[in-house]
Design a protein around this ligand. Structure first.
Ligand SMILES: [Zn+2]
Length: 432
């Protein structure tokens, strides 16, 4: 058995009302077995890792990731000829090999940026399921992974032609749920509305694609099989449907009426906001994003909707999470810290609150809060270590000194960052 103690750890435990406390964290194999606040704890029998007063927070949880991409702007997921060309390759044996490399590298970047748990919400050909199994068997070191396989929607819905499977009948949609269950997914991802880049009309992002009956059928079939349902939902009309049908997690989100809030509370439904793809498309110059004016305008609506939705969740005590939507243009696999930063600025909460959402709340969203999301006795040793205090300045999360994932230590983790994208994103961050 491996026995370690992390000494002189200035620790934020993940609860939003907590303050930093200096402690010693005792870890056996992958579990935290004790936390002591004494000046000189008895460390006999343990390998001592002296953190010398560095700051420790729970490993970040990223509940909205696609593993197939890098976040480099491309036209692949927005239709057209380049999408067709890429999909031709994806659907070959070679495509399987390429996907395998892409998803493994993406998960690695997430981990190196401090994300110890990832929920993948829509990838190609069960490449996410295969990677999860490799990580769980110890063949690959990666974050804890929960996966949906391909998303499910109706013809013309978000991801049709790329990462979604479609059917236009309720029976057909139920069959797709069973197909994913058989392939070993952890939950079901659906796309009730379109995406902001799909929208063709000014003022109309997130057009409803799956109707109430179709959504209800998927939720019913998934729940019967013991699977939760996450839905891409980018508009008020979309959230009306997800709230009524008991969708478990509403991705991206929109403002809530008191009735919708009541329905979401009744079914313990959560909302997950995603600023990382939306803010760059809203704020960066169209010469860089290559977006048309309708799309820029609609992205602004999505950002405002998410912010109001987040505030409505906080006010109504509805579980709120945040994720990066990695693989979207400018949403890299290594910038969860920016999502925390954007969230804090836009929603207007304390740094501790934002960090608690990125750890404990997100662990609840993913359904793994019994094993991770806080630094407590009995939980997995998923922790990140940094030199500066993140409760003073969230940019402290950008450069980590150490990551502990299920008890394994990674020293001086350095994700591969793209200099051009970082420069653009830094420009936005300073002007929020
Ligand atoms: Zn997404």
């Amino acid at each position: 058995m491996s026995k370690k103690v992390f000494l002189n750890a200035k620790t934020f435990d993940g609860y939003k009302d907590s303050d930093i406390k200096k402690c010693a964290i005792f870890v056996e194999d992958e579990k935290i077995v004790g936390i002591l606040y004494d000046e000189n704890p008895d460390t006999r029998g343990y390998d001592v890792i002296d953190l010398n007063g560095k700051f420790v927070v729970p490993g970040l949880v990223n509940p909205h990731v696609h593993l197939f991409g890098t976040g480099m702007p491309s036209k692949v997921i927005s239709g057209g000829n380049s999408q067709k060309a890429v999909m031709k390759i994806v659907n070959t044996k070679l495509g399987d090999a390429i996907l395998g490399i892409l998803v493994k590298s993406a998960a690695r970047q997430q981990l190196l940026s401090g994300v110890t748990t990832v929920r993948a919400v829509g990838d190609f050909k069960y490449s996410d399921v295969k990677l999860r199994d490799k990580i769980n068997s110890g063949k690959v070191i990666g974050p804890r992974l929960k996966v949906s396989g391909p998303a499910i929607t109706v013809p013309g819905g978000h991801g049709d032609g790329t990462f979604s499977m479609t059917s236009d009948t309720e029976d057909g949609l139920r069959a797709l749920v069973r197909k994913n269950k058989e392939a070993g997914v952890d939950f079901i991802k659906i796309c009730v509305t379109g995406g902001v880049i799909d929208a063709k009309v000014r003022g109309e992002p997130g057009e409803v694609k799956m109707n109430e009956a179709q959504t209800a059928a998927v939720v019913d079939e998934a729940h019967k099989l013991g699977l939760r349902v996450a839905s891409h939902t980018e508009s008020f009309k979309g959230v009306e449907i997800t709230a009524k049908t008991g969708v478990d997690t509403v991705e991206h989100g929109a403002p809530l009426t008191p009735e919708m809030a009541e329905e979401m509370k009744k079914t313990s439904s959560a909302m997950v906001v995603t600023y990382s793809p939306a803010l760059p498309l809203q704020k960066l110059d169209p010469s860089i994003t290559k977006l048309d004016p309708i799309c820029v305008y609609n992205t602004g609506i999505v950002v405002d909707n998410m912010t109001q939705g987040a505030k409505d969740c906080i006010e109504n005590d509805i579980l709120l999470g945040m994720g990066t939507d990695s693989s979207c243009p400018f949403a890299t696999q290594y910038n969860m810290w920016r999502e925390v930063y954007f969230f804090q600025k836009r929603v207007g909460v304390s740094n501790a609150y934002a960090l608690s959402v990125a750890t404990l709340n997100n662990a609840k969203v993913v359904g793994v809060d019994d094993v991770t999301g806080t630094i407590e006795k009995g939980k997995c040793a998923d922790m990140i270590v940094m030199s500066r205090n993140p409760l003073d300045d969230l940019t402290a999360l950008r450069d980590l000194d150490m990551i502990v994932v299920r008890g394994k230590i990674i020293e001086n983790p350095r994700p591969k960052r793209n200099g051009n994208i970082e420069r653009e994103l830094d420009g936005i961050s300073l002007n929020l």
